[in-house]
Write a protein that binds this ligand. Structure first.
Ligand SMILES: C[S@@+](CC[C@H](N)C(=O)[O-])C[C@H]1O[C@@H](n2cnc3c(N)ncnc32)[C@H](O)[C@@H]1O
Length: 366
């Protein structure tokens, strides 16, 4: 995937899956969290300009419209705060213009901030400021969707998880990782991405499947170390070329179940993979899921064991994502950046934050 230089760029076919799953997931997420919490956050850390060159909606507009068009929006009693972070000034400005036109049609309970800044710096400032007040982030869905491998340090993900009932929806740019793994100038980015330098053990793995399993397994292990109980991923292909994966990490079984349903809707072949060239088939009524891989996995795990408690089967299914699992609570040494396990008091106060010193914003994130 080449990094576009223009303000808008064409939507690549494999990336449609990222948006379809996002929309489907948010349809379930908004009412579940919004009816029980005074405030929920949708943080889009790499927001983009809001539209693609062909006129398709980008992730910020998809999220805003998911709320606006939700059948059960009356049940969402709390405030829904959208924070869109974008480092490119023209893209941020383009997004602001789109949001201005959408704003009159959005529910009054929704608050939107477009922050011109970098994801890691902005989140660090926000989290530092919350720490300083012994406050914590409201329940948050955090989307992390960079073009490459830089700017998404695991240390920030650690802090987000420690701070909140967070869910993380992160693009894991596997093609770029594979390409740059032996390039010295990318070493520091890869170490930050994984939160440790164990990724170096993958450089010399010759077999592509073993290498992929190694890098995916390490990333999953680190997300679990950050506090996620459930980690689900799906792969995005361009024809037969694996471009990247989306990793979804959450502490809650309901979130894991919801994302699997969303993935299954767009990739109903049981392999958790979306092939860009299958895009047109989505409109041909391909709605029947292929349960065979799941049946095989269940037979392998429970065959011959007699009666098994349903909770055990459910737990197994939640954890079935084709990945080797790392230790539940510990990642690589130093993965949280400072070794600190932060403790915070719950409080619904408003945070006034000067975001990275360049842009004054009042983010209601607590
Ligand atoms: C893959 S695009 C995002 C697409 C968008 N999430 C969507 O689905 O429509 C990545 C965006 O992140 C921006 N960006 C790059 N580095 C960034 C950083 N460190 N912090 C915030 N935004 C960044 C780029 O300018 C670009 O607009």
């Amino acid at each position: 995937m080449t990094t576009p230089r223009t303000t808008l760029w064409p939507l690549e076919s494999h990336s449609r899956a990222k948006h379809l799953v996002l929309r489907s997931y948010l349809n379930g997420w908004f009412p579940i969290l919004g009816s029980w919490n005074g405030r929920i956050l949708f943080i889009d850390g790499f927001a983009g300009p809001g539209k693609y060159a062909g006129g398709e909606d980008g992730s910020p507009l998809i999220a805003l419209k998911a709320l606006r068009e939700h059948k059960a929006k009356g049940l969402i009693k709390g405030e829904v705060v959208f924070v869109f972070i974008e480092s490119d000034p023209e893209r941020a400005e383009h997004l602001r213009g789109l949001i201005d036109s959408l704003r009159p049609s959005l529910p009054a309970s929704c608050r939107i901030d477009v922050v011109h800044g970098r994801f890691d710096e902005t989140m660090t400032d926000v989290l530092d400021s919350l720490d300083a007040r012994a406050n914590r982030l409201a329940p948050a869905f955090v989307m992390i969707d960079p073009f490459g491998v830089s700017g998404t340090p695991m240390s920030v993900l650690w802090r987000i998880f420690r701070n909140s009932k967070a869910e993380i929806y992160a693009s894991f740019m596997y093609e770029a990782i594979n390409r740059f793994k032996a390039t010295p100038e990318f070493e520091e980015h890869l170490t930050a991405l994984f939160g440790c330098d164990t990724w170096r053990d993958g450089i010399d793995i010759g077999d592509p499947t073993t290498r992929k399993n190694f890098f995916y397994g390490l990333y999953e292990q680190q997300l679990r170390g950050a506090g996620a109980r459930y980690v689900v991923h799906f792969d995005l292909y361009e024809k037969n070329r694996l471009v990247y994966a989306i990793f979804f990490a959450t502490k809650h079984s309901k979130g894991a179940d919801l994302i699997k349903q969303a993935i299954w809707k767009i990739a109903p072949f049981g392999d958790f993979a979306f092939h860009g060239t299958h895009a047109t088939q989505l409109t041909l009524g391909l709605e029947t899921a292929d349960y065979e891989p799941l049946k095989q996995a269940l037979r392998g795990a429970f065959g011959g064991k007699g009666w098994v408690r349903i909770e055990k089967v459910a737990e197994f299914v939640f954890r079935q994502d084709g990945l080797p699992h790392g230790p539940a609570e510990e990642g690589c040494a130093g993965a949280n950046g400072n070794g600190r396990r932060d403790r915070h008091r719950r409080n619904d106060a408003t945070e006034e934050t000067d975001v990275s010193g360049r842009y004054q914003a009042s983010l209601q994130v607590a």
